[in-house]
Ligand binder design. Structure first.
Ligand code: ADP
Length: 224
């Protein structure tokens, strides 16, 4: 059975954590001129940090993992490597979580060499200290046991993936009711995302051709 340690993060927690993180930054005396959101996970925290620290300038840089076909190793890449002149600016690079740290290291190194800021510091809501290759200058929560944080901005995407994984794991079962899927989801992930998101994810799986609906039951079309 799929068992992934998962924690559901609410919007309220995001506001609370971002406010807490902004407080840590403020106390340090660091006053950023420009906030850079590491896309996509850093978008919401970065916007909230701008609000709490009253910073006007917000840009973003997309750093993501790229799995090359037939290769196990993942490589982090800068998706749109544009250049801006930030020579006179102090930058705050913001992400949601430092897990491996790979994408953040790449974003930091790219900015330092291409945008040449006067100073750069890193902030993240969460830092998974045992696995991360870097420690952010500012963080709000230190995570000691690895968990998948189900952030509100990936709820639809995660729920869709999670249900898909259940269908793959239970490939003998070709027919599910809404309730059966819901119970299995809770059992596997220990969280529930709410009926609205659950139904949305199921609709997406139908649109993607993974599921079919017939007489109120979900029929598995493709098990990937
Ligand atoms: P980094 O450690 O630099 O954040 P990762 O490649 O580990 O790089 O993570 C990239 C992105 O994937 C994160 O910014 C976050 O959005 C998402 N992510 C990684 N680990 C987790 C996790 N444990 N829980 C939720 N999201 C995660």
């Amino acid at each position: 059975m799929v068992k992934v340690p998962t924690k559901l993060v609410t919007w309220d927690e995001i506001v609370e954590w971002s406010m807490g993180l902004a407080e840590v930054i403020k106390k340090s005396g660091f006053k950023p001129d420009v906030v850079v959101a590491v896309s996509r996970g850093g978008y919401v925290p970065a916007r909230l940090i701008c609000d709490f620290l009253l910073v006007d300038n917000l840009v973003s840089l997309q750093s993501q993992h790229w799995t090359e076909a037939a290769k196990v190793a993942e490589k982090a890449i800068i998706k749109f490597p544009y250049t801006i002149d930030l020579r006179d600016n102090k930058i705050l690079l913001v992400d949601d979580i430092v897990d491996t740290g790979d994408t953040l290291i790449l974003a930091r190194d790219f900015i330092l060499s291409e945008w040449k800021p006067r100073e750069l510091k890193i902030a993240a809501l969460q830092w998974i200290s045992p696995v991360a290759k870097i420690k952010p200058d500012f963080y709000y929560i230190e995570v000691r046991d690895w968990v998948w944080f189900q952030y509100p901005w990936t709820r639809h995407e995660d729920t869709t993936q999670f249900i898909k994984r259940i269908l793959v794991e239970e490939k003998e079962k070709r027919e599910w009711t809404f309730n059966e899927l819901e119970v299995k989801f809770r059992e596997s992930y220990g969280i529930y995302v709410g009926d609205v998101y659950f139904r949305l994810a199921l609709r997406t799986l139908v649109e993607l051709g993974v599921l079919d609906v017939k007489d109120g039951k979900y029929l598995v079309k493709v098990s990937r």
